[in-house]
Structure formats: structure tokens, C-alpha cells
Design a protein around this ligand. Structure first.
Ligand code: HEM
Length: 368
């Protein structure tokens, strides 16, 4: 009987989040309206993240025509794409720039959705799917970084995987085996090698795209079912039709952004922002480049890791993940004003640590 009640409550919860009677074109597209107010720009951030994801899929598929996922050929195939394939350098450069843009906009989108309290009932599942999408987006970045099989990428991946393994010593009992098992699964051999490249490749081009497609489907379905959230406390100045008005603005923004991306990718090689030249094949006998760093989007965790004890970061990251997943319940009663202050504080942290992390590290540890 108790089970029946729990099952009924779950069914009711899901019915409210995914109302079957609203699953039609009229409710999800024709009737949908978008409020116009001071935070309306926040409604474009999810669409932009989606746009960069679409660019990743298209350019990624084109790169697949030539890329070889073996330690003997990966680097050479990337070099071949860059030097000899017509438009290859451009496609590769768009893929690199757009990957950073996708991560940047996924983070901005999460922060604005938080500030606008868009996680409130009935959007809890939209939010949780979003948190998982963000993790997947970061994992895309991590796995993609290894694929060119160059010196910096292989060494950076080794450091990343080692820090996962190091987490084991802080976990109790059987749980302490978990990171080691994860490393065995993803690394596949004693050190980063062919098995690792094969597994990272499988994740980057098959598993993660499948997971992101499923979660994105869930995310967008629930967005269309519930319409845009109110966003601000005061009543909106007006509302506009999602289709065609908002949709047209979305597509215009995408076109402008594509133009900017195209110009940047045609003129500025993404590699020029990296501290080490990307195109240098991995040499197991070669030295680990001093002061290797992950991509900029991991700086928010990388610099604290360099400055604070490992267990502090591990604890803080676990708390952050739990808080993110439970946000719809933890911040249910919090005012939008307070949520905006929290969002501003989080944004300030992310901007400062990403731009000035190296200087702060240098101050804390002069040797670095
Ligand atoms: C691959 C990453 C993601 C994509 C492609 C994506 C896409 C979208 C799109 C197109 C919308 C509708 C337009 C908008 O409100 O901006 C949306 C809404 C939403 N997204 Fe995401 N999203 C992603 C990640 C996230 C993350 C990381 C979160 C938060 C944890 C999140 C939470 C939400 C919420 C709560 C809404 C509803 C907004 C409202 O009703 O006002 N999304 N998303």
C-alpha cells in the first residue's frame, strides 16, 4: 500500500512535469509566449548554447572523415586536415572556437536560469537535465583535448586522470576503489596509451553525443511544454509570440554569431591562445612541458587545486554538485533578488579565477 502511494506520488510528479495533454504543436509552439522584461536577454542564452552544439556536430562529423584514432596516426591525421584538406584548417578552427563558446554559453545560461529562478516548479527536471548537460559539455572538452595526441594533450590528460585517481584515498571503505575502477575503465591500461585514445574517441564521438541528444530532448521538451519562466518578480512589460517573433530573433542572433565565429575562425588560429604550440606530436621519451595547464574552462577548479589541499577541493566540488542538482528544492523559498546576488558572486569568482588565476597563484606560491 505504502509502495502504491509512493508510486502514485511519482506518477503525479511526472504528470505535472510532462503533461501529455499539452504535447501537441498548438500548446508547445503556437500558444507559447515569451515575457519581455529587463532580463529577457537571458532567454537567448540556451538557444545560443544549442547553436554552438549544432556547429560542433556538423564540424565534428566533417573532421571524422579524416581523423584516425590511433596513437601512430592521430597526430599526423590532424596535421593532414590542417595542412592539406581543403577548408580543413577552417573546420578544425571553428570546432575549437565553438567548443569554447559552447562551454562559455552553457555556464552563462545556467547562471541566468538560476538568477531568473527558472528552476521553480514545474521546471525541476529542465534544471536537472541542464546540470547533466553541463557536465557532459565539460566531458566533451576533456575527451576532445586528447584526440590530436600531441605532447601537451597527452600530458594534460595524464594529470587530469591522476587527480581522479587521487580522490580514492579520501573516500571511505569500498567507495575508495571507485576512482581506481573509473580510471581502469576510461584509461584502459597502465598509462595513457592506445586504449585511452580509443576510449576517449568512443566517448567523444558516440557515447557523449548519444547522452547529450537524449538529455537535450528531455530539456527542450520540458521547455516547450511549460513555456518560458516568468524571469523577474514584477509583471512583464508585454509578451511576444514564441513563433514567429522570438524564433525569428533567435535565428537572427544565430546568423550574426555565426558570422562573427566564421571571421574569427578564418583569421585567428585557436592554437595561438594556448601556452604551448598544439602541433607537436606526443613523444613518450619527451619531457612533460613545465607548468602544463588544462583548457581555460577548467581554470576555476585547476587554480584552487594548485593552491589548496586536494581534500578541500574534493569536498567543495562534491558539495557544489549536490547543491546544483538539488537547487530547485534548496532555493525554493529564496527571492529572485538574493538569487541574483548569488549569481553575481559566482560569476565574479569565475571571471577573476579564469583571468587572474595565474597571478593569484604566483602571489600565493611565488615558485609558480
Ligand atoms: C548543452 C547545454 C544546454 C543547451 C543546449 C540548453 C538549451 C536550452 C534552450 C534552447 C532553452 C530555451 C531558451 C532559454 O530559456 O534559454 C533552455 C531553457 C532552460 N535551460 Fe537549458 N540548455 C543547456 C544547459 C543548461 C544548463 C547547464 C542549465 C542549468 C543547470 C539549464 C537550465 C535551463 C532552464 C531552467 C531552462 C528554462 C528557462 C525558462 O523557462 O526561462 N540548461 N535550455
Amino acid at each position: 500500500m505504502k509502495n502504491g502511494t509512493a508510486f502514485g506520488a511519482l506518477a503525479h510528479f511526472l504528470q505535472e512535469r510532462f503533461p501529455v495533454d499539452k504535447m501537441n504543436f498548438h500548446s508547445m509552439v503556437e500558444k507559447k509566449e515569451v515575457p519581455v522584461h529587463s532580463m529577457s536577454w537571458g532567454y537567448y542564452t540556451g538557444g545560443l548554447t544549442l547553436f554552438f552544439f549544432i556547429i560542433q556536430v556538423v564540424t565534428g562529423l566533417l573532421l571524422l572523415f579524416y581523423y584516425q584514432p590511433t596513437v601512430s596516426d592521430a597526430y599526423a591525421s590532424v596535421e593532414y586536415i590542417t595542412k592539406y584538406v581543403t577548408g580543413g584548417a577552417l573546420i578544425r578552427n571553428i570546432h575549437s572556437w565553438s567548443s569554447s563558446c559552447m562551454i562559455l554559453f552553457a555556464m552563462i545560461h545556467m547562471i541566468t536560469a538560476f538568477a531568473m529562478k527558472a528552476f521553480e516548479k514545474p521546471r525541476e527536471i529542465t534544471w536537472i537535465a541542464g546540470v547533466l548537460l553541463l557536465f557532459i559539455t565539460f566531458t566533451f572538452g576533456f575527451t576532445g583535448y586528447l584526440l590530436p595526441w600531441n605532447q601537451i594533450a597527452v600530458n594534460a590528460s595524464k594529470v587530469g586522470l591522476q587527480s581522479v585517481e587521487a580522490a580514492g584515498q579520501y573516500l571511505p571503505g569500498q567507495l575508495s576503489q571507485l576512482p581506481r575502477m573509473a580510471i581502469e575503465t576510461f584509461q584502459g591500461e597502465a598509462s595513457v596509451g592506445q586504449s585511452t585514445l580509443g576510449r576517449f574517441y568512443a566517448m567523444h564521438v558516440v557515447l557523449l553525443p548519444m547522452a547529450i541528444a537524449a538529455l537535450l530532448g528531455l530539456h527542450l521538451l520540458s521547455v516547450q511544454l511549460h513555456g518560458m519562466s516568468q524571469g523577474v518578480d514584477e509583471p512583464p512589460r508585454k509578451v511576444e509570440k514564441f513563433f514567429p517573433v522570438f524564433f525569428f530573433k533567435d535565428v537572427s542572433l544565430w546568423s550574426a554569431v555565426f558570422l562573427i565565429l566564421f571571421v574569427i575562425a578564418s583569421t585567428v588560429p585557436f592554437d595561438s591562445f594556448l601556452p604551448f604550440p598544439l602541433l607537436e606530436p606526443y613523444n613518450a621519451m619527451g619531457s612533460t612541458p613545465p607548468g602544463i595547464k588544462p583548457e581555460w574552462y577548467f581554470y576555476f577548479v585547476y587554480y584552487p587545486l594548485e593552491m589548496l589541499p586536494f581534500w578541500v577541493i574534493l569536498l567543495a566540488s562534491n558539495i557544489a554538485v549536490v547543491v546544483l542538482l538539488l537547487t530547485p528544492w534548496i532555493f525554493r523559498g529564496t527571492s529572485r533578488r538574493t538569487l541574483r546576488y548569488i549569481s553575481l558572486a559566482a560569476s565574479a569568482y569565475l571571471v577573476v579565477i579564469t583571468l587572474f588565476g595565474q597571478d593569484i597563484l604566483h602571489m600565493v606560491k611565488p615558485g609558480f
